[in-house]
Write a protein that binds this ligand. Structure first.
Ligand SMILES: NC(=O)c1ccc[n+]([C@@H]2O[C@H](COP(=O)([O-])OP(=O)(O)OC[C@H]3O[C@@H](n4cnc5c(N)ncnc54)[C@H](O)[C@@H]3O)[C@@H](O)[C@H]2O)c1
Length: 378
């Protein structure tokens, strides 16, 4: 029996509608519902792993081995997702900040979809757009369930591809937004012009000179930066009722977690990063506090500090999936400040790439490539 798969280039996934954020937010909302119900499998011993990462060493005696550098890594993220998706898959990427000087994006991603019964490849596709869309859709789902419905002002801190996608996700979910504050010392003005062009109905796009200026009086704050300087957010700057969306590293004033409600995309995954950070810091995270924050690389480092001070219990951290399914109330008052931590999960990649694959098939997009005409059996 012959075997083959559908190859989808970036141009094919765009033509299939991969940039449609409204549809993506709905697909990712279903993904969170399935996560809460348990209709998924991810890697690792407990089936909740973000993925498996290769860290190039600082030095190596072997010629040709890749060496450590800024944002340099290889990653494989496998998952199965049920519900309307019924698909297995794996996202693979390589990341290297030096790519930018070569005219390439920092990370280059490909996604393989696999038949859930046979494991045979169904599709192999360009993953950059799909991955940034699913990442941006998560704050969209978060805003839909956690932001005050009368929210009007969004702050985007870090305006790379992920920050811009998160803005799209939030705008898709919150049609009442009138103003976007942006803070990115390297990309602010350029991104402001892009946003004004894309969303002519927005009342205002304000380029800010500091995190504090961007956050002041803001209803929804998203932080997605990369590099050596991670933004710090102080509780005293926040508007009552603000939603803070953190898909990347963040620094927080020590009182912020104690004075807000915590929501996770998948707490077990964040807890794994906390535990790995503790091991790297030889069990004493306070003798190596900076190292711990850097290794956890996630808002979860601050959850651990609050737990140690008796200001938070891990079991009080809410899960977005349970909120989506109506099992847990997300926001309980208009003035409540909510922190939504997102580590990113391969089920999100399987979800959005499966939707895009089916749309590509309907539109006869892509190239069907053979694996074999007939199986070569030794
Ligand atoms: N949660 C997830 O699922 C997920 C998925 C993909 C990427 N990420 C994370 O999102 C982050 C952003 O990714 P990206 O691909 O957009 O990176 P990028 O390098 O393309 O963009 C980052 C932007 O942040 C800006 N920046 C850097 N330091 C800043 C600071 N202190 N204040 C304000 N802006 C600053 C840079 O100028 C740049 O424009 C990364 O940390 C990445 O690991 C998370």
């Amino acid at each position: 029996m012959s075997l083959g798969f559908l190859y989808l280039s970036q141009e094919d996934v765009v033509a299939a509608g991969a940039a449609n954020m409204e549809v993506c937010v709905d697909a990712i909302e279903e993904t969170f519902s399935l996560l809460d119900k348990g209709d998924y499998i991810m890697g690792g011993a407990d089936g909740n792993s973000h993925g498996c990462m290769l860290y190039p060493p600082k030095e190596s005696p072997f010629p040709g081995m890749p060496l450590a550098g800024p944002d340099r890594r290889f990653m494989a993220m496998p998952a199965y997702l049920g519900g309307s998706f019924q698909m297995a898959g794996v996202k693979c990427y390589g990341s290297n900040r030096e790519n930018v000087s070569r005219g390439l994006p920092r990370s280059i991603l490909m996604i393989t979809l696999m038949d859930k019964e046979t494991g045979a490849p169904v599709s192999f596709m360009s993953g950059n757009l799909i991955s940034s869309m699913r990442t941006g859709a998560v704050p969209g789902v978060g805003a839909r369930h956690l932001a005050n419905p009368d929210s009007e002002v969004v702050a985007i801190i870090g305006c790379g591809v992920i920050g811009r996608s998160c803005l799209r996700g939030i705008l898709a979910a919150m049609p009442g937004i009138k103003q976007v504050n942006i803070y990115d010392p390297y990309a602010g003005e350029r991104v402001a012009e892009q946003i004004k062009g894309e969303y002519p109905d927005l009342f205002n796009v304000l380029v800010c000179n500091s995190v504090e200026e961007a956050v002041w009086g803001t209803d929804i704050i998203n932080v997605a930066t990369s590099g050596d300087v991670t933004p710090m957010i102080e509780y005293k700057w926040l508007k009552p009722g603000a939603l803070l969306s953190f898909p990347a590293s963040i620094r927080l004033s020590e009182d912020l977690v104690a004075k807000s409600t915590q929501v996770a995309d998948n707490f077990i995954m964040h807890k794994e990063w906390i535990d790995e950070g503790k091991v790297i810091c030889n069990g004493d995270i306070y003798a190596n506090k900076e190292r711990f924050i850097k290794e956890v690389d996630d808002v979860a480092a601050y959850w651990q500090f609050a737990v140690d001070k008796g200001e938070l219990k891990f079991e009080d951290i809410k899960e977005l999936g349970a909120i989506v399914n109506g099992k847990v109330k997300g926001r309980t008052s208009h003035d409540e400040i909510i922190v939504f931590g997102q580590g990113g999960m391969p089920i999100e990649d399987v979800a959005w790439s499966t939707v895009v694959y089916h749309r590509a098939v309907e539109k006869y997009l892509g190239v069907y490539l053979p694996v074999w005409e007939s199986y070569y059996d030794l």
